[in-house]
Design a protein around this ligand. Structure first.
Ligand SMILES: C[S@@+](CC[C@H](N)C(=O)[O-])C[C@H]1O[C@@H](n2cnc3c(N)ncnc32)[C@H](O)[C@@H]1O
Length: 243
């Protein structure tokens, strides 16, 4: 318990250090508190969702193929929530582990998937070693990161990715942001939800040093379209040739 409190404090302080003067990251605290509140009901809500999401399943299968094609290794599911996607990646043969801002969500993930590794952490201050993951995905977790913090997050994603490692992002498509005040059975929340244009996300990724490879637009005729965007930390090039 004590270490969890210290870790939470470190996440806050670490983030403050990267964004000086920014409203003492109240958005990060609000997001964590919100998902702590809804963690159990969110897990119930999402548990069977993959069964009804053929395009997401196909994207995850492709992601797994891309990781295997680079030789495999640890794969980070960042903003993993209750860990159902982490577990699915495990079933696809990946060595997947989850990271989430919400300690209660991590408790739920550990309860539901006792054989997998889950850690509390923030993508704004990702506590993973440089070049330690063979793939990274962030599905509907980047939606809670304000624009000004996205370059920091993508900088961490690039830093922790091995050369050649694929990245898969899932996010809501659009241009507006809204404050969500309740969810998953009427529980109180205070969390900003940012929709994004894939072109904007791709531009941020290129600035961070990723190569953008593909994106799939889901539910374009619905009120909440989604994007599944594939990128990659470029592989190391051949050594320069002497002339
Ligand atoms: C909408 S849920 C998505 C969960 C899961 N990826 C899924 O697809 O169902 C958003 C998750 O992102 C997590 N999250 C939000 N901000 C985060 C941050 N800065 N770092 C890590 N996780 C974060 C939340 O705690 C929550 O579990």
């Amino acid at each position: 318990m004590f270490s969890a409190v210290v870790r939470r404090l470190c996440i806050d302080l670490g983030h403050r250090a990267t964004l000086p003067g920014m409203n003492a990251d109240s958005w990060l605290t609000d997001t964590r508190t919100s998902y702590d509140t809804v963690a159990v009901s969110y897990a119930d809500y999402i548990r069977e969702a993959l069964a009804g999401a053929p395009y997401l399943r196909a994207a995850l299968a492709l992601f797994a193929d891309l990781v295997h094609a680079t030789g495999g290794g640890p794969v980070a599911d960042v903003g993993c929530g209750p860990g159902h996607i982490t577990a699915h990646l495990g079933e696809l043969g990946l060595d997947a582990f989850g990271v989430d801002l919400s300690p209660v969500m991590i408790d739920v993930a550990r309860r539901d998937h006792p054989g997998l590794r889950f850690e509390v952490g923030s993508m704004t201050d990702l506590d993973l070693a440089d070049e330690s993951v063979a793939g990274l995905l962030a599905c509907w977790s980047l939606i809670h990161i304000p624009d000004e913090a996205v370059p920091t997050v993508f900088g961490h994603f690039r830093r922790v990715s091995r050369p050649g490692a694929p990245l898969l992002l899932g996010f809501h498509v659009g241009s507006e942001s809204r404050l969500k005040t309740q969810g998953y059975g009427g529980h109180p929340m205070k969390v900003h939800v940012h929709r994004r244009r894939p072109e904007q996300v791709a531009a941020w990724l290129r600035e961070a040093g990723f190569t953008v490879e593909a994106h799939l637009l889901t539910d374009p005729d619905e009120s909440l379209p989604g994007a599944l965007l594939f990128a990659r930390r470029p592989p190391l090039g051949p050594p320069p040739t002497r002339s």
